[in-house]
Design a protein around this ligand. Sequence first.
Ligand code: HEC
Length: 103
Amino acid sequence: MKGKLFSFLIFPIILTGIIFISKVSFINIAKEDFKCLKCHKGSKSLENIVKEKHITSADQLKYLIRKGPKSGLHITVPDKDLEKAIEYLHLKYNVKKEKTKKN
Ligand code: HEC
């Protein structure tokens, strides 16, 4: 009988634990739901890179990611995440300079 009582107690505790952990990880995913942040952390954070490279517009960021010397590192990054990064960094499109872009 002792064993049964034990399992009645331990089960809700484990369940609560699982719910708690999955909630925490859900919050983390919601916060960092674009790919850039997986690689850009700490000293290589997007904020730091933007400052370092003097990136001041969305076009500049897009150019570096798609056609710059480091574009090879960013092949797997979808456009959707690039847009999210632009929003995240509060960058604006440079409308005047924009030509009829392919893609
Ligand atoms: C697979 C990992 C990875 C992902 C995903 C990634 N980056 Fe990078 N990124 C790198 C690495 C590595 C570098 C080179 C860092 C260095 O210069 O030391 C880099 C460099 C950069 C640079 C500097 C480019 C240059 O020409 O110097 C910018 C800007 C940048 N990333 C922005 C982004 C943005 C915005 C995203 C999301 C849309 C993103 N990255 C997603 C790995 C990644």
